[in-house]
Design a protein around this ligand. Structure first.
Ligand SMILES: [Zn+2]
Length: 417
């Protein structure tokens, strides 16, 4: 059975109309066929954002010739990436054939490598989770884990006929930092210098993208979730710690070394609780799953997410006290992010159970910022994808992002395929 992991997930054939008009932001094609790969991405992007369209409408929106669109559609139909929905009567004359993205046209595999466990999911082009596997990792040696992954990929791949576009991997960040060491209970020991993308590519034979959980979650929200029709947003991701992925003009903000958005180690309480990074009073000592688990640990027993849900449903006073303590720190950080990034919205997601996250959101009192505007179309803060698989789902969105969205900030002739 198909599960829809991303909220607001729908196949392109029945996707809701975009909430905000964004024609002005849509990438344009290039008209001689010098950049066919770019034009192909533009067509896929238009169909993903707008739902079913005909050739003429696609050509007009992409600003490329109808013939170029026809060629791209033929190519995509051959690859089974598109569905022919037949003719739709709109007015006089022969109605145009409508095309939509085929959810079954391609799959990706998303992997979350965490200390002690590996989660793998298969995601289709419609944003539906098609398979899921969870394995314990008693031996965290890189070679052992990568061998195990390649076996898992072979097994999962054999279950689907659709082409495997690529593999996405999320691992705990920050990557290759000195000074800000330790970075908490989730760092993978002895993986420093291991080129996971290259080693996995060699073992599995498809392209591999590696990123941190917050960036991957932002890409997932942009392609299949709350960010569906939003091009500028901040994604706050609750793993064990808390990180931020920012989408700026439809592109994830990476930073020079892939560590942009590492907000968990920004000090929010001077001289506050000591953190494993060596500082005192970091955000994630107050607002993270790790902080919550620590706060809720009683008689040496740490509640798991099912237990947290029960405690929340029972209005446990200790849990409520934690929410009351966490909310002001998170509010302050969100106000800061609004002033820095001027996002359309801030999306909160990750492994924090959804009712707890929604409760936390309801307690926020965000300070005045540039986000105070009368003409807002979206709430300042909203919840996105949550659950145990959210990191792996974000990972699975990474290869789709590389394959189907226009790479606006790159030399288009050298776009990553
Ligand atoms: Zn810290």
């Amino acid at each position: 059975m198909t599960v829809s992991p991303f909220s607001d997930t729908a196949s392109a054939a029945n996707a809701p109309p975009p909430k905000t008009p964004r024609a002005a932001r849509t990438a344009k094609g290039k008209n001689p066929g010098r950049s066919r790969e770019h034009n192909r991405r533009v067509v896929l992007e238009l169909l993903r954002r707008s739902g079913p369209l005909g050739r003429k409408a696609l050509a007009d929106l992409a600003q490329i010739s109808t013939q170029a669109v026809a060629n791209i559609i033929d190519e995509l139909m051959n690859e089974q990436m598109l569905l022919d929905l037949g003719r739709k009567r709109t007015g006089r004359g022969m109605p145009p054939i409508q095309y939509a993205i085929n959810p079954n046209g391609a799959i990706t595999i998303g992997l979350e490598i965490a200390v002690g466990s590996l989660t793998a999911v298969v995601l289709d082009l419609g944003g539906n989770m098609r398979a899921r596997e969870l394995t314990a990792l008693p031996d965290m040696t890189a070679d052992v884990v990568l061998d195990l992954i390649s076996g898992m990929v072979t097994r999962l791949r054999a279950r689907f006929q659709a082409q495997l576009i690529g593999i996405g991997v999320v691992m705990p960040g920050p990557f290759e930092i000195e000074g800000l060491t330790g970075v908490g209970p989730t760092t993978l020991p002895d993986w420093s210098g291991v080129d996971v993308a290259a080693l996995l590519h060699k073992r599995c034979g498809v392209s591999v993208t590696v990123d941190n959980d917050a960036n991957a979650a932002a890409v997932g929200e942009m392609l299949f979730g709350q960010g569906h029709s939003v091009s500028e947003f901040c994604m706050l991701y609750f793993g064990a710690g808390v990180g931020m992925g920012a989408m700026i003009g439809d592109q994830p903000l990476k930073g020079a070394f892939g560590n942009a958005g590492e907000i968990g180690h920004i000090v929010v309480v001077p001289d506050g609780l000591p953190c494993q990074c060596g500082q005192k009073g970091c955000l994630e000592r107050y607002v993270s799953l790790h902080a919550l688990s620590e706060w809720m640990t009683k008689d040496g027993v740490t509640p798991d997410s099912a237990a947290l849900l029960q405690l929340h449903a029972a209005q446990d006073p200790r849990l409520r006290a934690w929410l009351d303590r966490a909310a002001p720190h998170l509010s302050w950080m969100i106000g800061l992010l609004e002033n820095i990034f001027d996002p359309q919205t801030v999306i909160l997601g990750g492994k924090m159970p959804l009712p707890v996250l929604d409760d936390l959101i309801s307690r926020l009192a965000i300070p005045t910022s540039v986000a105070n505007r009368r003409d807002r179309l979206l709430a300042r803060v909203q919840s996105g994808q949550t659950g145990e698989e959210s990191a792996a789902l974000g990972a699975a969105a990474l290869p789709f992002f590389n394959a189907i969205t226009p790479q606006l900030h790159q030399n288009e002739d050298q776009a990553i395929v």
